[in-house]
Design a protein around this ligand. Structure first.
Ligand code: UDX
Length: 443
């Protein structure tokens, strides 16, 4: 099939590359000339394992190209995928200005029947508006479809090529037939529904996953007080197939480009129809506060943080990405700076992006994890990068001024801690006893 993807952000680029991998001819359009040149030269602007190789192989095979010429791309395609961003407005609502712009361009350049497939996450009813924007500028026939994207950063290629399900929302049988054929190589689990339900499935899925995370984080806070271990609790819950084991990892809360934005947007969508989405509001509240448990634990161990040297391991919102959008590390570091702490930060790949969000003369950006920990009064692990799991903890403790470890992601187990001198705080697990027989306080 001949496909144009408009927008080469996470969703657009990965979808475009993966559709070309399935043998389709794909043109990816972006209005950012620099980005298009970079992609044409075979470079990927995001860190996504596996993406570059597949992209280059398909460009070489002549199935994938990048351009700023939207008119030419549209005229050569039967399916147009809209994958531009929908950032948050100050009230939490999704900003649809990029979507409208693209819809109007599509309307201006339509020259025969096409399927317009929206992959951007858009509020319920937006595809109807896209339809109106396009129809106001063309008499050529077209069908609208909402096909939401569920990929995760860091595993985006895998998620796209092996999805749990594909949701196709459309009112056209012709579009159903074509889009089923397009997605059939990926999965048999194809759900066909109306456009508004498809739009809602995306928000409801993200909101539900965010709810699972806030739920287990609250359970973890209670576990700390009653002496239970949240990782065992989550394991015990997860075997129940009605609950499922995934997204029950307690930590410092969710971040990233989707959950924070989409939960706020769904609260707003509900508010617009006079519905107070109380549960989701609490999920957001719990998430906002969870990250500050790291500070509370630091204060428990050190008292005042004024002048204390705090090492931070991990700045990205999760491992295997350099994305720091809404990363809990941002607010944690800002709060530490407000309290007069001196920061030594390290992340394998996200430092450059992070510095654009927070920078201060009180932060030293280190290029090695051990260097960041050297002489520190405490170390906070904020992202569960694999390299942090593999360090020699005895060595680490010896490098530090005070062996205090706040493990915000529960990456170390009791068997690793018990032979060290660390005063160790984790999330929702009872205080562990270290080599000196010292048990971490429960706060
Ligand atoms: C998410 C959705 O998973 C994906 O389907 C959607 O398309 C986009 O949003 P992503 O933001 O890439 O994907 O990351 P994800 O792996 O879902 O993690 C989101 C956040 O939740 C991270 O900050 C992560 O650390 C946190 N998380 C996740 C937890 O704290 N506990 C968990 O058990 C799972």
């Amino acid at each position: 099939m001949n496909i144009t993807v408009i927008g080469t952000g996470y969703v657009g680029l990965v979808s475009g590359v993966c559709f070309s991998e399935l043998g389709n001819n794909v043109i990816c359009v972006d209005n950012n000339v620099e980005k298009v040149n970079m992609l044409t030269d075979g470079h990927v602007p995001i860190y996504e394992p596996g993406l570059k190789d597949i992209m280059n192989a398909n460009m070489k095979a002549g199935r994938l190209s990048f351009t700023t010429n939207i008119q030419d791309a549209i005229s050569r395609s039967d399916i147009i995928i809209i994958a531009v961003g929908t950032p948050s407005l100050p009230n939490g609502e999704a900003n649809l200005s990029f979507i409208e712009l693209v819809a109007r361009e599509i309307g201006s350049y339509m020259d025969n029947y096409k399927i317009i497939m929206t992959k951007s996450t858009v509020p319920v009813g937006t595809n109807d508006r896209i339809q109106e924007w396009i129809s106001s500028l063309t008499n050529h026939p077209f069908d609208m479809a909402s096909v939401p994207e569920f990929l995760r950063e860091g595993t985006a290629v895998q998620d796209t090529l092996y999805p749990d399900r594909i949701v196709i929302g459309t009112h056209s049988e012709r579009a159903v037939a074509t889009l089923k054929e397009l997605h059939q190589p990926l999965t048999d689990q194809i759900i066909v529904t109306d456009i508004r339900s498809a739009e809602m499935i995306k928000y409801a899925s993200n909101a539900f996953l965010a709810t699972k995370i806030s739920f287990i984080n609250e359970i973890s806070n209670i576990c700390e007080k009653v002496g239970a271990d949240v990782s065992r609790v989550a394991e015990g819950m997860g075997y129940d197939r009605r609950i499922g084991a995934s997204f029950l990892k307690a930590g410092i809360g969710y971040g990233g480009s989707c959950f924070p934005k989409d939960t706020q947007a769904l609260i707003q969508i509900a508010g617009n129809v006079d519905y107070d989405f109380k549960l989701l509001k609490s999920v957001v509240e719990v998430n906002k506060d969870q990250r500050f448990n790291v500070i509370r634990k630091l204060e428990d161990a050190l008292g005042s943080l004024e002048g204390k040297e705090i090492a931070i391991w991990g700045l990205a919102f999760k491992p295997d990405t350099d994305d720091v959008r809404d990363a809990p590390a941002i607010e944690i570091i800002q709060r530490l700076l407000e309290q007069g702490a001196v920061i030594r930060a390290y992340d394998p790949i996200a430092t450059e992006n992070f510095r654009k969000e927070v920078d201060s003369p009180s932060i030293t950006w280190e290029e090695r994890a051990m260097k960041a920990a050297e002489g520190a009064d405490a170390l906070c692990v904020l992202t569960e990068w694999k390299e942090f799991m593999e360090v020699n903890l005895t060595d680490l403790a010896a490098h530090m001024n005070q062996p205090i470890l706040i493990d915000g992601r529960n990456i170390y187990g009791e068997d690793q801690i018990k032979d060290t001198s660390f005063q160790y705080y984790s999330v929702g697990r009872p205080g562990l006893t270290n080599i000196d027989g010292r048990k971490t306080a429960v706060i």
